[in-house]
Write a protein that binds this ligand. Structure first.
Ligand code: NI
Length: 202
């Protein structure tokens, strides 16, 4: 067993304590080698195998988000934004010093959600592979970052799930807007505006 394989298996055991199921996740050894950019932002896209809607239920999406958050914590990545659709997801992450942990992290996330799908989505019973590969791009300038951030936020509209992105619950956009609304509501309660004297008899 190579050092790499040992590290991978240690990490996997540490987070998920799950049994190895070789057929249900892909090991990402065939990805073209690419440059890892420590300390920078990455957009990461992952998908189910064959675009199957294994993530259709709310519970599946919640499970995936939980395993994404666990994976990011474990490998010291920062999850900044995300969106989860019925058969894929997009993430914006900030890489730690060692950005080469990306494939280990996604591998863990996919293995965990694949196990859950096999157990809880009856239609996946005969599927040999549940989760497919992932794609990542290291973002090197701000304009590119902001365009991709919008891409994530408005993705449910692009795929025709909703007409207004703020109606899609499974994304950071929804949480950001909700947090902002709550903050504004607190401000409204705290700083009364009805007794403020401003010339306004128009
Ligand atoms: Ni998409």
């Amino acid at each position: 067993m190579s050092v790499h394989a040992v590290t991978r298996s240690l990490h996997s055991k540490a987070i998920f304590q799950s049994k190895k199921m070789d057929n249900e996740y892909k090991i990402y050894e065939h990805n073209p080698p690419h440059l890892f950019c420590p300390g920078s932002k990455y957009i990461i896209t992952g998908a189910t195998y064959g675009k199957k809607p294994w993530l259709k239920s709310d519970e599946a999406k919640e499970r995936l988000l939980t395993s994404i958050k666990k994976g990011f914590d474990h490998y010291h990545w920062t999850l900044e934004d995300w969106v989860i659709l019925d058969n894929h997801y997009h993430l914006m992450g900030n890489a730690p010093e060692d950005a080469s942990t990306l494939s280990l992290m996604i591998n863990d996330i996919h293995r965990f959600i694949a196990l859950w799908i096999k157990k809880n989505v009856p239609e996946s019973k005969d599927a040999k592979i549940v989760m497919y590969n992932y794609w990542d791009t290291c973002i090197t300038y701000e304009k590119s970052y902001l365009a991709r951030l919008n891409y994530i936020w408005y993705n449910p509209m692009k795929h025709g799930y909703v007409e207004d992105a703020s109606d899609w619950r499974f994304g950071s956009y929804y949480e950001r807007i909700k947090a902002e609304k709550e903050e504004m509501e607190e401000l409204r309660k705290k700083y009364k505006w009805d007794k403020v004297k401003v010339k306004d008899d128009f």
